[in-house]
Design a protein. Structure first.
Length: 301
């Protein structure tokens, strides 16, 4: 959790907030009991507030299957969090489908009274590490979620971090290309569409956020990260690190970057704003997804 002494940047867009890192009541969610669908690894996806309930989407694995998407709810951003149901809300596709091997990295938007969109990353058995992006819809945040018949709506575009709707257009931020800066790591890239299902156009200017210069704390690149638009400012909290040769031993901290147009992001001069060392028992801060309620930014990782 981060506290900011100002909700926005100055009008000139040149003076970022000063953040105070407050460790949360971690862990807020743990893998399931042996034999459940998420008894292996779980990782954060997205956070949605709907009426008085907070919905935390996550993806998890078991010893039998790849990533699938589940959800937990709470009355407050800090919890307590309770998993909903005994099965994933979005499961692997059937054998031979484009998402038969992995379903992960959910990003959720609500439109109108009862229309929910979920963009997610999917992986086929024969795609190597080339994750595509699909769409699912529901009339309730719990589901049932119905996969779009035209999936994948954006082939080979990595891990979804978040989707922002601005001026009738959808802006999707993804970690892509995966592995370009280190194993499972990459820059943050952008695609834009006029409708949830597309057609999606990749930003021609290349990634909107790239790894630090050699020797800096984030020179290895990033895991997927969510962009939040508040007022006229785009806020991006991301997990970055100097990569260890063994990927699982990389120790990510959280950095912050901001933009006035959603295209050119500026890194905070005091990065990392949430160093891993502030939580002595934490292994790393990766797959960062932010939620804002003044004066706090809640960072799920």
């Amino acid at each position: 959790m981060e506290r900011c002494n100002d909700a926005h940047l100055t009008q000139a867009g040149l003076m970022p907030c000063t953040f105070i890192h407050i460790p949360g009541p971690n862990p807020i969610l743990t893998p399931g009991q042996p034999g459940t669908w998420d008894d292996g690894v779980i990782e954060s996806c997205d956070i949605l507030k709907d009426h008085d309930t907070y919905w935390l989407y996550y993806h998890g694995t078991s010893s039998r299957t790849g990533y699938q998407i589940g959800v937990a709810t709470a009355p407050h951003p800090l919890g307590p969090w309770e998993k909903r149901g005994t099965a994933p809300v979005l499961a692997l596709g059937p054998e031979g489908s484009w998402d038969e091997r992995g379903v992960a990295c959910a990003a959720i938007i609500k439109e109108g009274l009862d229309r929910y969109y979920m963009w997610y990353s999917g992986l086929a058995e024969d795609q190597g590490a080339r994750w595509g992006i699909g769409l699912a819809t529901a009339d309730n945040p719990l589901g049932p979620w119905h996969k779009h018949r035209g999936n994948p709506i954006l082939p080979d575009c990595g891990y979804v971090g978040g989707v922002v709707k601005v001026g009738g257009k959808y802006h999707m931020y993804c970690e892509h290309p995966i592995g370009s800066t280190g194993a499972d790591y990459g820059p943050i890239s952008l695609a834009v569409a006029d409708a949830p299902e597309g057609s999606w156009l990749r930003h021609e200017g290349g990634p909107v956020l790239t790894q630090g210069e050699w020797g800096q704390w984030d020179d290895g690149g990033f895991s997927e990260a969510k962009v939040v638009r508040s007022g006229d400012v785009y806020h991006l909290f991301y997990g970055g690190a100097k990569l260890h040769p063994t990927r699982i031993l990389s120790r990510e901290s959280i950095g912050y970057a901001w933009s006035l147009d959603g295209l050119r992001f500026h890194k905070h001069p005091a990065n990392p704003v949430a160093p891993r060392e502030a939580n002595p028992d934490a292994a790393a801060f990766a797959e960062v997804h932010a939620y804002h309620e003044t004066p706090f930014w809640y960072l799920y990782h």
